[in-house]
Design a protein around this ligand. Sequence first.
Ligand SMILES: Nc1ncnc2c1ncn2[C@@H]1O[C@H](COP(=O)(O)OP(=O)(O)O)[C@@H](O)[C@H]1O
Ligand SMILES: [Mg+2]
Length: 251
Amino acid sequence: MNKIETRNLSIWYGDGRVLTDVNMKIKEKCITAIIGPSGCGKTTFIKAINRMIDLTHIARIEGEILCDGENIYDDGIDVVELRKKIGMVFQKPNPFPMSIYENVAYGPRVHGIKDRRSLNEIVEKSLREAFLWDEVKDRLNEPALGSSGGQQQRLCIARALSMKPEVILFDEPCSALDPISTSKIEDLIVELKKNYTVIIVTHNMQQAARISDYTAFFLTRGELIEYGSTSRIFERPLDKRTEDYITGRFG
Ligand SMILES: Nc1ncnc2c1ncn2[C@@H]1O[C@H](COP(=O)(O)OP(=O)(O)O)[C@@H](O)[C@H]1O
Ligand SMILES: [Mg+2]
């Protein structure tokens, strides 16, 4: 089943084109990695998928992005609901300057859940799902910013999970983390695909090869050069440019 499909998706910032006619079908409950050199439009691509890009006023979008068959750029779309359904985790861990508990309870609270017991349940479930519960259960009321970088990133994942999303977008989630924290997040992401559709931008070829089911390789101005199963892309790239990139000859 396809969860997300882009049709002739092109994006400009002012006059500068950053995505060019991207046609891509993204499978449900799989991990899809987006790779390509810096500046090729990876962040722009995933920000278009939950309309975070709407916040960049100079961005202009053409084409369609379907989620469950519905164009998310249609007039009737409720963007708040869309961003609940399609959560995002950023490059640098960005917990709110509040307690661990409040970071996870924040979203559900804003969406009207006030009952303490329900909030407690959501917080525990989300922290467990993010492989963080055991490390923080005795200090839920301490500031999130006192945790390590890896814990902060898992907290941001828990925060995304608290909204009960169906799709989670990750923008280089490990680029600020050490190898041990990175490996924990990788294990976590692999676990998440049982229940969620995951799209991950990564600079790290080994990471894409290790955890993803499908890989998309983008080049300058967001051209989708090659897209397919991760094993095929890494073992038998069809395009010379893909081969050069994954073997580290450029980028
Ligand atoms: N808000 C913005 N305004 C203008 N140009 C931008 C903006 N954000 C990104 N760009 C430019 O768009 C291109 C693609 O950026 P980005 O999607 O961040 O690429 P990547 O994530 O692959 O590094 C880059 O040339 C970048 O400089
Ligand atoms: Mg980026």
